[in-house]
Design a protein around this ligand. Structure first.
Ligand code: SF4
Length: 446
């Protein structure tokens, strides 16, 4: 999972920087901006958060075209790569950034580029786009040819030193992408909340659509034949900002509804409902409202430590241990329903349960707003290995035992899809992958 942004207009590099700050929750590993300077792109980027990776004072106010990226790696090695990628095609440079996973990148690299050894899907996407740019001479047609051969989830932005800007979403619309077009500018961002934060009116780019701008003229055009809609349900569960709109639904509202529906199938008596901050808060709110039980904060999250789920695996364990402090007076002697958005690896759930019990909680009833995660995601969320999933091949009772809670309840897939209220990819809960990627699932392994 990553965040992408682009801007065509005055002060482009600085606008993209601001958009990336608004998308920071989508990736903490690295960040980069490529901006047009004369007849080439200059890349400012590095590792860490946006303000660490990009020296904002070095971004010029004069440039009129830029693309940017925040990285949460789901393909390629951890901690050694960042985007945008810059590719040269006969003297024209392309700057490319994308969010998602290309599941057939190895076979596509072999068939289109004649390359046998590739280990990063972003590189393959940029190289194939450049390959077709050489034939077509414009980004829109190059993107259409690229879409014919690549399978997976992708929301992408690209720009050229000829002044073109492109944004595109895959035929299933798995990852979000929104844009804003106004007087003398075009802006693109992974999430609507980023554009809104900058005071821009936005629209979501449809699945299988592209936005193409050259000079001051922009148009929305077909990218590829549309497939059935499969927006990632995990964007609603965890990943997107609660104030974003994805496929017409406010993320916060869907999370509250997940909590409400979960409470309806739960007859456990508790004194308080507590969220696992921050991503469990909206579901906990819905759960508490439905139960008529007070919502109480019991954990203090150190926000400077970021989101543990999107860290590289080697850092996750120690991070969870340090991230939460316990508000003891809220915990002692109470029966607590502890609500989180999901349970993926189980490490956060067991650590927090043990913290609350060690701080005097009478009972801890762990509640997951989504069903057990039983299949890997190959479409842009970093759990590609089945062995990482705590729920894989285990009963709820066995998982409860690992977590150490008094009881454990998961939401049902019916409740989750009802809360979201539109067709969506649910493959990590059901193992049924979107039709265009199904046959490549085993090809994509990190
Ligand atoms: S498998 Fe799960 S996380 Fe991956 S795209 Fe589908 S719903 Fe999202």
């Amino acid at each position: 999972m990553c965040g992408i942004a682009a801007y065509l207009g005055e002060g482009a590099a600085r606008v993209v920087y601001e958009l990336l700050v608004e998308l920071q929750h989508r990736g903490h590993e690295a960040a980069g901006i490529a901006y047009l300077s004369g007849r080439s792109f200059i890349l400012e980027g590095g590792f860490g958060l946006v303000y660490e990776a990009i020296k904002s004072h070095r971004l010029p106010s004069s440039t009129r075209l830029a693309v940017g990226h925040v990285r949460y790696s789901t393909s390629g090695p951890y901690g050694s790569l960042y985007q945008p990628l810059i590719v040269n095609v006969d003297g024209v440079e392309l700057a490319v950034a994308f969010n998602g996973n290309i599941v057939n990148y190895k076979s596509a690299a072999r068939e289109v580029l004649g390359r046998l050894e590739v280990d990063w899907d972003a590189w393959v996407l940029a190289a194939i786009l450049a390959h077709y740019y050489r034939d077509e001479g414009n980004l829109a047609d190059a993107a259409r040819r690229t879409a014919e051969v690549l399978r997976g989830s992708y929301a992408l932005v690209a720009a050229t030193t000829r002044g073109e800007l492109l944004a595109a979403r895959d035929p299933h619309g798995i990852r979000p992408l929104a844009f804003s077009i106004g007087n003398g500018y075009a802006a693109v961002a992974s999430e609507t909340a980023a554009l809104e934060a900058l005071g821009l009116e936005w629209r979501e780019l449809g699945r299988a659509q592209l936005l193409y701008c050259q000079g001051t003229h922009c148009s929305i055009e077909p990218l590829a034949p549309r497939a059935d809609p499969q927006p990632c349900i995990f964007e609603y569960v965890y990943f997107s900002r609660p104030d974003s709109i994805f496929e017409g639904a406010e993320v916060y509202k869907t999370r509250v509804e997940m909590g409400r529906l979960l409470a309806r199938i739960d007859d456990t008596h508790v004194d308080v409902v507590a969220p696992v901050p921050d991503s469990g808060r909206a579901a906990a709110t819905g759960y508490a409202l439905e139960k008529g039980v007070p919502l109480v904060e019991v954990l203090y999250p150190n926000r400077f430590r970021g989101r543990s789920f999107i860290l590289p695996p080697s850092l996750r364990g120690s991070h969870v241990a340090r991230k939460y402090g316990v508000l003891r007076s809220a915990v002692r002697g109470r029966r607590i329903a502890l609500v989180d958005d999901s349970i993926v690896r189980g490490s956060t759930a067991s650590r927090i349960t043990s913290l609350l019990k060690g701080s005097g909680a009478l009972e801890v009833h762990f509640r997951s707003a989504s069903p057990p995660v039983v299949c890997p995601c190959v479409l842009g969320i970093d759990f590609p290995r089945p062995t990482e999933l705590v729920a894989r091949n285990k009963s709820v009772e066995e998982i409860r035992d690992i977590i150490g809670a008094d009881t454990l309840l998961y939401n049902t897939i019916e409740n989750l899809t009802r809360a979201v209220g539109r067709p969506a990819c649910t493959a990590c809960f059901t193992c049924v992958y979107p039709s265009l990627v199904r046959k490549y699932v085993s090809e994509f392994r990190r």
